[in-house]
Write a protein that binds this ligand. Structure first.
Ligand code: SAH
Length: 344
């Protein structure tokens, strides 16, 4: 049974060295295996051609390599965006989106199957939470997309299905593996992590000084309104969240990006803009406005003109603000929507 074997793609190089040592194998073998997994991205021990047949057999008895399969692949004809629906070994599904920007390829990956945060405008959370993803399942989303597309992924955003800070330990281990110099060696400067605002985990992350960019999904500067649309605000309200953000900026010296999904009639009034500017004034931050994506379960919408007006208003109030460009509009590239269509 696979479950009794070790998930080798979730193990650090040091852990593989220790496991191989207990099998009487030298350190350089562990490094070769790590390279096969994270640089050459093989999915079977039989592909490890510089490892003896005997050791490959022993490896496949003790370990397994996590598999994901591409269930659906949608390629945009307007901007090269590719959206993947991946099948997991247990029959669940997750999504990743590969985007082609001027400065390189960026991938958006999932961190959980479903989500328990309950934001009421988000498709990923409607059917609830199933389970956390393992570090290997997060890595494989990137490795498979690279293999399939032939493109090199330059940057990563943890903005797909799930709340990364609700799967904290696995996400941190995943980031350590991804940035391992003898492995995929991606600089965490090229990683953005988006959270709905689990304040104590933001404090934990600050202490690690990873160099990644923190995005905080704010969506309202008013506690009552924010609690209505984001239940997480009932556990850690705006004051606690902003205190954690200030601490994060102080500890890491990094600027925070605040995400704000503009929803007509909900959070886009002149008063909303003023409250937002007052809340964030003086902070080393940037506001990223996202016209809310329509999902079929809600009547929320955003009209282009009011998003522009909201943006201009914030600018006049001295804020650093951009409106997110829509990519993959023809393939429903917003997270959670494809999985829901497929599973229901
Ligand atoms: N759980 C994390 C990351 C996943 S969601 C978080 O909350 O940040 C990624 C981003 O998309 C978040 O800012 C989220 O609030 C936003 N989002 C979710 N559904 C959306 C929708 N229908 N329209 C616009 N943005 C949405």
């Amino acid at each position: 049974m696979e479950t009794e074997k070790l998930d080798i793609l979730s193990l650090s190089l040091d852990e593989i060295i220790m496991e191989l040592d207990s099998m009487g194998e030298k350190k350089f073998r562990a490094e070769q295996i790590f390279n096969w997994l994270h640089v050459k991205k093989v999915t079977d021990f039989s592909e490890m051609s510089n490892i003896s047949l005997e050791l490959r057999t022993k490896l496949s008895e003790k370990f397994y390599i996590k598999r994901l399969n591409i269930v659906k692949r949608l390629e945009s004809c307007v901007d090269n965006t590719i959206k993947y629906l991946y099948g997991l070994e247990d029959g669940n599904h997750i999504e990743s989106v590969l985007m082609d920007y001027k400065h390189g390829n960026s991938i958006c990956i999932s961190t959980q199957v479903g989500c328990r945060m309950g934001c009421n405008f988000c498709a990923s959370t409607i059917a609830g939470f199933r389970r956390n993803l393992t570090p290997s399942e997060m890595l494989m989303q990137i490795y498979l997309a690279e293999k399939d597309s032939g493109r090199h992924v330059d940057s990563l955003v943890l903005m797909g299905i799930g709340e990364p800070l609700d799967n904290y330990n696995n996400v941190i281990r995943f980031l350590e593996l991804l940035s391992s110099p003898k492995g995929r060696n991606m600089s965490l400067r090229h990683v953005s992590l988006s959270t709905c605002g689990i304040a104590p985990r933001i404090n934990d992350l600050a202490k690690l000084k990873t160099g990644l960019t923190l995005s905080v999904s704010l969506h309202s500067a008013d506690n009552e309104r924010r609690s209505e649309i984001m239940p997480v605000n009932r556990s850690w309200d705006i004051n606690e969240l902003i205190a954690a953000c200030r601490e994060y900026i102080k500890e890491t010296g990094r600027r925070i990006s605040f995400e704000y999904a503009v929803i007509s009639g909900v959070n886009d009034s002149p008063r909303d803009a003023e409250a937002l500017a007052a809340l964030l004034r003086g902070m080393n931050c940037h506001i990223n406005l996202i016209p809310v994506n329509k999902i079929k379960e809600r009547s929320y919408s955003a009209d282009r003109r009011s998003v522009e007006q909201f943006s201009k208003r914030l600018e006049r109030l001295g804020m650093n603000v951009t409106v997110r460009r829509t990519l993959g509009a023809d393939i429903n590239a917003a997270c959670g929507q494809l999985r829901r269509e497929y599973e229901i």
